[in-house]
Design a protein around this ligand. Structure first.
Ligand SMILES: [Zn+2]
Length: 302
């Protein structure tokens, strides 16, 4: 059982006694950035506290830096996502270091971290060797600078473990975002210093694999995320009051946000992920929120 240490240091901005920590999303994406003021205000209204905003390619780092220097409680991450390794310029590594090393008062809330980086062996058209080279370089930078990493991994688990064994445990921590691996991998990943984050994919009732994995995660390693604007949580019928009752114990849901209606995700939907997790684990929504916020703080804000 997690002792929920440091919980008194989390600024809780509502009278429910808890607030959410979205451990991974992409506010800089063009599909949603036009509504950033609305996104941030709905996030706060719906008990949102901290958001980790991850860059995915050189061309979006500037937008991530701008968001984290403009809005409160945004943790910026910079990295090259495995989908974009073919697009890197000659100076990508130098530029990445530049964004990581911007003077500490540039970002409003926290220093930056490295992500989203990783390996994707599901998509067949991206050079696996190049993915590995770019991933290793970024892991090396994180290790040298003593900062956590946010990792995307689909299949390729054996290569991940080989790389981690080679460079050594992630001493400063890391998170496997939107976990899609097997339950058997969980203790191995935890041993190597990883937190495990679950996205809207856990809300799908038929996703038995992810439910099994969730049950295997140690309480002090669990995180939640939206991966906005991707992975809209399962919500079968926006019109049905019966279906709305799935999330009836959630704080002030805003069912009708324009983004939701057009199939785009945003951080205020985190309560749907938290509600699904509370039902699968048999614990209260507030416990999920408190536990994951505490873990997020432990990883990123220690
Ligand atoms: Zn992502």
């Amino acid at each position: 059982m997690n002792t929920i240490k440091n919980i008194n240091n989390l600024s809780v901005n509502n009278n429910r006694g808890f607030s959410f920590f979205d451990a991974h999303c992409h506010l800089q994406e063009p599909e949603i950035i036009w509504d950033i003021d609305g996104i941030i205000s709905r996030w706060k209204e719906n008990s949102g506290n901290t958001i980790v905003c991850c860059g995915t390619k050189e061309s979006d780092w500037q937008a991530v830096a701008h968001i984290a220097s403009t809005y409160n409680n945004i943790i910026p991450c910079f990295g090259v996502h495995p989908w974009f390794v073919e697009d890197v310029s000659e100076k990508w590594f130098y530029d990445l270091e530049k964004y990581i090393n911007l003077q500490s008062n540039y970002y409003k809330y926290s220093k930056p971290f490295i992500g989203e980086i990783g390996l994707d062996h599901v998509l067949k058209n991206i050079d696996k060797k190049k993915q590995e080279i770019i991933f290793k370089a970024q892991l090396g930078m994180a290790k040298e600078l003593h900062i956590p990493v946010s990792i995307h991994i689909r299949k390729g688990w054996d290569i991940l473990i080989k790389i981690i064994k080679h460079i050594g445990p992630i001493c400063d921590g890391g998170v496997i975002h939107s976990y899609s691996g097997s339950a058997d991998m969980i203790p191995i990943l935890e041993k190597y210093g990883f937190y495990i984050s679950f996205s809207g994919s856990v809300t799908h009732p038929n996703n038995k694999k992810v439910q099994k994995s969730l049950k295997k995660v140690s309480p002090e390693r669990l995180l939640i995320e939206t991966d906005s604007p991707a992975i809209l949580p399962y919500y079968p019928d926006l019109e049905s009051e019966n279906q709305k009752s799935i999330y009836s114990d959630s704080p002030n849901p805003k069912w009708t946000t324009k983004l939701f209606q057009i199939g785009l995700n945003e951080p205020c939907n985190i309560f749907m992920v938290a509600t699904a997790i509370s039902k699968i684990l048999g614990i209260s929504l507030s416990e999920v929120a408190l536990r994951t916020a505490c873990n997020g703080k432990e990883l990123f804000l220690k």
